[in-house]
Design a protein around this ligand. Structure first.
Ligand code: NAG
Ligand code: NAG
Ligand code: NAG
Ligand code: NAG
Length: 329
């Protein structure tokens, strides 16, 4: 009798196992494939350590808003630094420029995305002939910088641009480069840059005085597409990551981070996964292309006095070695 009972219990257990296994498998099977992909993406995203814990990056809002930028600056310590890394003594210029902008949000739709995969596309010549365009376009967020063109280079660099970081001397002025889906992010280095933004958005005449290179004289973006980057992001790049001194000796040109490195810092603040493309330089060949467009060569970059390329390359190598970012090139 006991044996028969044991047999039934075992049989029931086996049946249960088979049925349950089937159901379980069916359950997965019946999820629409896109939902499975989405779920897997979400899982890998949640399993990854966040950039907060890896790099001490707070999830802060990266753009300044007209109504609270003073309060935000006090909170983040930007009231203790003058431009380029703070707002001290330039508050009225910030107020003026911000009064011309309608938005300070991240974007219109994807604030709610649970897992944002981003690619930061540098302008490096290494992108030439790699046909990475399609791959780059597959990311949720595509961050580009300065006047690195998309038109004519789609096969190598893609078509989409979510954010484009630039300053008055580097922003596009030719309307062929207009993209309604881009948020134009202004990096402010001097009070003149804020005055420039105010002038250009109020239809005033712009004088080129006070710029190191002729600035854009017309704005191709709508004011609703424009944001001002919080200087605390640039400050973090310069002081915490590149270890720049707060004061340079009189004889030396003050160094600032490149737009590329500021863009990567921005990505750490708003993305859950960060990939890079176009950030490698070929220092062994002075004649190799500096950018994926145009004819500038590496020798121009080597003469640059305003950046510390060595420090940046070291920092990038460290990020890649530690798998904080994935390098596509
Ligand atoms: C890229 O491809 C074009 C056309 O095939 C060629 O003329 C050019 O030399 C290549 N450039 C590099 C950097 O390989
Ligand atoms: C902008 O986005 C819309 C909607 O996703 C798309 O149809 C359009 O082609 C995009 N425009 C450009 C220039 O990328
Ligand atoms: C670089 O270009 C210059 C001038 O065009 C040439 O004299 C030199 O040999 C080139 N160097 C290399 C390493 O190709
Ligand atoms: C680059 O050089 C080529 C050949 O010398 C020339 O045709 C072209 O206009 C130059 N491009 C730019 C952006 O200067």
């Amino acid at each position: 009798m006991k044996r028969i009972l044991l047999f039934f219990i075992l049989a029931a257990a086996v049946m249960y196992g088979i049925l349950h296994g089937n159901l379980w498998r069916n359950n997965i099977y019946w999820l629409p494939p896109t939902a499975v992909e989405r779920k897997n993406a979400l899982d890998t995203c949640l399993l990854k350590p966040t950039f907060e814990s890896l790099l001490g990056v707070d999830k802060i809002y990266p753009f300044l808003c007209a109504n609270d930028f003073i309060k935000v600056a006090e909170f983040r310590g930007s009231d203790k630094f003058e431009l380029p890394y703070g707002i001290k003594r330039a508050e009225q210029f910030f107020r003026l420029a911000l009064s011309r902008l309608q938005n300070c949000g991240l974007s219109t739709e994807d604030d709610s995305v649970a897992c944002r995969r981003c690619v930061v596309v540098g302008n490096g010549g290494v992108l030439r002939n790699k046909t990475l365009g399609e791959k780059i376009d597959s990311y949720d967020v595509i961050i580009r910088m300065n006047n690195g063109p998309v038109i004519g280079y789609e096969e190598d660099v893609g078509r989409r641009t979510t954010f484009r970081l630039s300053y008055p001397e580097s922003i596009f002025s030719d309307p062929v480069h207009y993209d309604p889906n881009t948020t134009a992010v202004l990096i402010v280095f001097k009070p003149r840059d804020l005055k420039w933004l105010w002038e250009i958005l109020s239809g005033q005449k712009i004088s080129a005085k006070g710029f190191w290179k002729k600035p854009a004289l017309n704005m191709i973006y709508k004011s609703s597409q424009i944001r001002i980057l919080d200087p605390s992001i640039t400050r973090k790049t310069a002081y915490d990551w590149l270890h720049f001194p707060t004061r340079f000796p009189k004889k030396e040109k003050p160094k600032h981070p490149t737009t590329g490195l500021i863009a990567i810092t921005l990505a750490f603040h708003i993305c859950h996964e960060v990939h890079l493309a176009g950030f490698k330089y070929d220092f062994t060949d002075r004649n190799s292309s500096l950018h994926y467009y145009g004819n500038d060569t590496m020798s121009q970059m080597m003469q640059n006095e305003y950046h510390n390329i060595d420090a940046e390359q070291k920092f990038l190598k460290n990020l890649i070695d530690k798998n904080f970012v994935v390098n596509l090139t």
